[in-house]
Design a protein around this ligand. Structure first.
Ligand code: AMP
Length: 451
């Protein structure tokens, strides 16, 4: 197996990798680094979690080591575009880590925070700039930055960029970049529209692709429970109490939904934080830090806010609501099972979400194991506490999906649509597990959905 040393990376980079205990390159690193060190453009299909940040950071740092230059005033030598602020901050942290034995400046610019500090930071120029497209253009318009000296350009998470409507900003940015440069383009998926976008940025690129999405899905133990939308909160409290959670990411489809879940959990005495686009940058950073540090074990997130977040030790992903785009599910469960670890994904599936589950299973080619409602579920529904009222300054819920609605004893239908009548197909009883997904105690009652 190739080592980092054999790839020929400069000594200070090898030292930084040794300090991080990275022993061997991941597959995307092994494929990408040699081509990038030759100066080739690159088009990569890779998700976060595959080691792609180091795949583009390490050869770029090697280039800077071998080609030292003064930083261009109000400019940068390398530009990395990221769709979200969190991912931008994370990429910049990785660069700082890998460049810790080098004298290179790394700066992040994104929206949601005052622009003046960023203008000051850019004044003397920076080596590596990690930016979201909107704020980057604002800075260029304010003449705080020019892209005329960019030597290496990275467009990360291109599919997410498209989803967020960044296509026009990207085209504008492309026009401002020097023709003579090295370009890297990464996307988790590569449908034709994304490939076409890539071809605008790249010249004769090397193509690399790692781990088709189903691979992550195969490493995650996936469970699904059918439950009425109005009773999901009861199921959530039981799940977080029963599961051996180290850290769990809980996904909702909307920002309001995320806030509702946090209020409900807090009302039930379970600490949780939320991260989504309506939170201020300070709140998002604080929530993420508390989650990383293990002070809060439950982070409730929307898809966009959570995309690309790399926190190790996420033992569980709980889909409080299923995404209506199957690929999004793959991104979600990719937050667990990082770096070879196994993870657990649990989906709460309401009647109107069954079609989503079907579509998801088609994409992942993995069937979720059905898990029946826990034995004390009906009681938990009856005892649902009132949700804590919205905090001042946070969005108000619309009152839908509140606790205690619906009849807890109502029949839940099985996968095939038949009402649970005791003759439902064999299903996995709900019971606490250890990390390997093995039932941790015997005797859980096989309360098949329904009465
Ligand atoms: P990324 O896909 O860039 O978000 O990286 C996913 C995770 O893998 C991050 O926590 C990295 O620090 C880690 N990582 C990247 N490369 C390696 C490697 N060669 N060996 C061990 N861990 C790595």
């Amino acid at each position: 197996m190739t080592t980092f040393k054999e790839l020929g990376l400069a000594e200070p980079i090898l030292q930084a990798l040794a300090a991080k205990n990275y022993e061997v390159p991941t597959p995307i690193q092994a494929q990408a680094i040699p081509a990038l060190m030759e100066g080739r453009d690159l088009c990569g299909i890779a998700q976060t979690g595959t080691g792609k940040t180091a795949a583009f950071a390490l050869p770029s740092l090697d280039y800077f080591h071998n080609n030292p230059k003064l930083t261009p005033q109000k400019g940068c030598r390398m530009l990395v575009l990221s769709p979200t602020r969190e991912l931008a901050a994370q990429i910049a942290d990785s660069f700082r880590d890998y460049a810790r034995f080098m004298k290179l400046s790394v700066t992040t610019v994104f929206g949601g925070v005052p622009i003046n500090k960023q203008i000051n930071q850019l004044r003397g120029g920076v080596d590596i700039l990690v930016a979201t497209p909107g704020r980057l253009l604002d800075l260029i318009e304010q003449r705080a930055l020019s892209l005329g000296h960019v030597e290496i350009f990275v467009l990360d998470e291109a599919d997410q960029m498209m989803d967020l409507g960044f296509i026009q900003p990207l085209k504008r940015i492309d026009k401002m970049l020097p023709k003579q440069r090295q370009s890297l383009f990464f996307s988790a998926t590569m449908p034709k529209t994304i490939a076409d976008l890539g071809s605008q940025f790249l010249v004769d690129p090397v193509h690399v692709s790692v781990a088709p999405q189903s691979t992550t899905a195969e490493r995650v133990k996936q469970y699904a429970t059918y439950v009425n939308q109005a009773e999901k909160q009861a199921l959530l409290t039981l799940t977080v109490k029963n599961e051996p959670i180290e850290r769990a990411l809980i996904f909702t489809r909307t920002k309001h939904g995320a806030d509702r879940v946090v209020r409900f959990l807090e009302g039930a005495g379970i600490p949780a934080a939320a991260i989504h686009g309506n939170k201020s940058q300070g709140q998002r950073t604080a929530a993420l830090q508390a989650f990383r540090a293990g002070q809060v074990k439950l982070l409730v997130a929307t898809d966009i806010a959570a995309r690309g977040i790399d926190v190790s030790g996420v033992s569980h992903v709980i889909n409080f609501e299923l995404p209506n785009v199957a690929e999004q599910y793959v991104h979600r469960i990719g937050r667990t099972a990082r770096a070879g670890a196994e993870g657990i994904a649990i989906s709460f599936v309401a009647d109107d979400e069954r079609q989503y589950l079907k579509a998801i299973e088609k994409v992942t080619r993995v069937r979720c194991e059905l898990q029946v409602l826990p034995e004390n579920f009906a009681e938990a529904v009856r005892n649902l506490p009132k949700a804590a009222p919205p905090k001042k300054g946070s969005e108000g819920g619309n009152g839908r999906g509140g606790p205690g609605r619906g009849n807890p004893d109502r029949a839940h239908r099985g996968r095939d649509g038949a009402a649970g009548d005791g003759a439902a197909p064999a299903k996995r009883p709900f019971r606490p597990r250890n990390r390997n997904g093995v039932g941790a105690h015997k005797g859980a009652v096989q309360r098949v959905a329904g009465r």
